[in-house]
Ligand binder design. Structure first.
Ligand SMILES: [Zn+2]
Length: 590
């Protein structure tokens, strides 16, 4: 029942008469407007603290502390002992091989076993034992580097430092191991994992001078201590991992409580989607949290949020205001690059672009795409008129207008964020001016709906995510920018709005971001020369997403609270249902 989001068409190469001999070399660009790094990643880290996009498997949270404990117990101070760092990597290698061997060369269900590809080569060979003294590292980035900051922030080490969490493997730094002392909680967790695997002969050999493990022994290690095996083990480390993730022990202050509530929300939505046969993916989670309804072309279900989770659900709504705003701005960027590429080295005069919105053909295409009758050329109309056509009172934009828009523009109606998102991601209108109009409408729907929240504590919470009001584009920053420029922007023609948004929030933003990221500006895909703009590279699809959602859903499955059926629909386990009910009851009392 997933919306098809991946229908990008590839444009045929456009012949260009060259004025210069070639385009500037541009490295692959991600996050061209900084909307991810400076917006969604920040918001996601508040909502799902310690569960980053690179730390999706709960088992690593107990396995890695165990590596330290095991080293201290069996190896430290012996003549053959390795350094702690090497000792951990050695155990990680055995772990990777253990999981793969147990599953006949495949990683654990749910994936993200660190070092899989390198280790699979060994698994294909028919060696009956492995000498880890001769084993080359399987992974470029060891698991500890990916998980360390989350482990520290969860309180598994003795340190008060808060560590920056990375959501991108590219940003993960090789760990420098200054926090080597496990906290009481970290030791407790490590001991619980040890109760699962500690008696295995293979692990004894691993810490002895010969460092040689039998294939059968490694398979046993995977069978007991592997990633996917955690879900079905009711004792050992799993109960304590649940307590830690749900802030029932260890750190319980604000960000940990927010993570706890986010996880409960995902569980609750997962339950409601599952009983109706809907998958728990990003679009469904977005629909449930943002619209309290999921819908496709044929059917839909209403979602009921427990009063105990109303606060966290509203925070996720704020996350999605940023998300949809980002789809709109990136959609404008993708369209602009496509348009400029077509213009080739002649470039385009930026001031002339908005006039394209008032062409007769454009107005007809936009009217069809939006399912509304347009009484005038689109570019000369105002947002107030467009939303007036679907029943929103055509006054100024305020909280009441936002609420009216909430009632009139429901999920998957033509002006709704999710429908417009699907149109933009499909790249259908990339080669016509309608491709400039649709993201502008998405931006207006999003900011219009946001007006209801702007002056609330939730609006404040969202606004506080911007550290730098010039570089960090989030909805409150855009609203402020539009208001300063136009006053009642809701009453301004689309042409004028588009001219401003393109120049300030797309072109200037991309240029600023490319310099902020690399001193040479080599990631800049636009070249501005007076009034003229040129494209210097390609950017073909909107990249923004919900960076931590998948990891959180995986952690819940690893903890045995939810499980996918053969159709990919996620259901709560019996234990998960009981757990959710108990925790919701506690939330209601809190
Ligand atoms: Zn497994």
């Amino acid at each position: 029942m997933r919306l098809s989001r991946d229908m990008a068409k590839h444009r045929p190469p456009v012949p260009t008469l060259l004025r210069w001999s070639k385009y500037t070399q541009v490295s692959e660009v991600q996050d061209p407007l900084g909307l991810s790094l400076r917006g969604s990643a920040r918001l996601a880290s508040r909502l799902l603290y310690c569960i980053t996009s690179v730390t999706p498997r709960a088992r690593y949270f107990s396995f890695l502390p165990w590596c330290i404990l095991d080293f201290q117990k069996r190896e430290k101070d012996q003549p053959h002992a390795r350094g702690l760092r090497e000792a951990i990597i050695l155990r990680e290698q055995a772990f990777t091989l253990g999981c793969l061997t147990h599953h006949d060369g495949e990683p654990c269900a749910g994936g993200r076993l660190v070092g899989t590809r390198g280790a699979q080569k060994w698994c294909c060979a028919d060696a009956t034992e492995v000498d880890f003294r001769k084993c080359k590292p399987f992974a470029k980035i060891p698991a500890l580097s990916q998980y360390l900051n989350s482990l520290v922030n969860l309180g598994l080490f003795v340190t008060d430092d808060e560590r920056p969490e990375a959501d991108d493997e590219e940003e993960v730094e090789e760990f420098t191991f200054d926090a080597t002392e496990l906290s009481e909680l970290g030791r407790d967790l490590a001991n619980r994992y040890d109760s699962v695997v500690g008696s295995l002969a293979c692990l004894k050999h691993l810490s002895e001078p010969d460092r040689t493990c039998k294939r059968t022994g490694l398979a046993e290690f995977g069978e007991r201590g592997g990633l996917c095996e955690l879900a079905s083990q009711t004792d050992g480390d799993r109960p304590l991992l649940r307590d830690i993730f749900f802030a029932r022990t260890g750190r319980r202050d604000k960000s940990h409580r927010v993570r706890r509530q986010s996880l409960l929300l995902i569980l609750e939505l997962s339950h409601q989607l599952g009983v109706s046969g809907w998958e728990l993916n990003e679009p469904e989670f977005a629909g449930a949290a943002y619209f309290e309804r999921v819908q496709n072309a044929e059917e839909g279900i209403d979602i009921t949020i427990s009063p105990a989770l109303a606060d966290i659900a509203t925070r996720w709504r704020m996350f999605y205001f940023h998300y949809y705003m980002s789809v709109a701005l990136e959609g404008l960027f993708v369209w602009l690059i496509a348009h400029l590429t077509e213009c080739g080295l002649a470039g385009a005069d930026i001031d002339t672009l908005p006039a394209l919105l008032s062409q007769t053909a454009t107005t007809a295409t936009v009217a069809k795409a939006l399912g509304v009758k347009l009484s005038a050329p689109f570019g000369r109309m105002r947002p107030a008129e467009l939303y007036g056509a679907v029943g929103v009172v055509a006054g100024n934009l305020d909280a009441a207008t936002g609420s009216a828009l909430d009632r009139a523009v429901t999920t998957m109606t033509a002006l709704a964020e999710d429908r417009l998102e699907a149109v933009i991601r499909s790249n259908t209108h990339l080669n016509t001016p309608a491709g400039l109009a649709v993201p502008m409408v998405l931006l207006a729907t999003t900011l219009g709906r946001y007006a209801r929240w702007e002056r609330t504590d939730y609006g404040q919470w969202l606004a506080s995510a911007a550290g730098d009001p010039y570089l960090d584009l989030i909805p409150p920053v855009l609203v402020a920018g539009l208001t300063v420029r136009f006053g009642e922007w809701w009453q301004c023609p689309w042409e004028e709005l588009t001219a401003f948004v393109l120049s300030r929030f797309v072109i200037r933003q991309h240029t600023a971001m490319s310099y902020a990221k690399s001193w040479t500006g080599e990631r800049c895909l636009l070249q501005v020369d007076g009034e003229k703009v040129f494209a210097t590279g390609a950017y073909e699809r909107v990249g923004i997403g919900n960076p931590r959602f998948r990891s959180a859903a995986q952690v819940l499955k690893d903890l045995g609270l939810a499980r996918d059926d053969e159709d990919g629909v996620t259901h709560l386990t019996a234990d998960g249902t009981r757990f959710l009910n108990e925790e919701l009851a506690k939330e209601a009392l809190a």
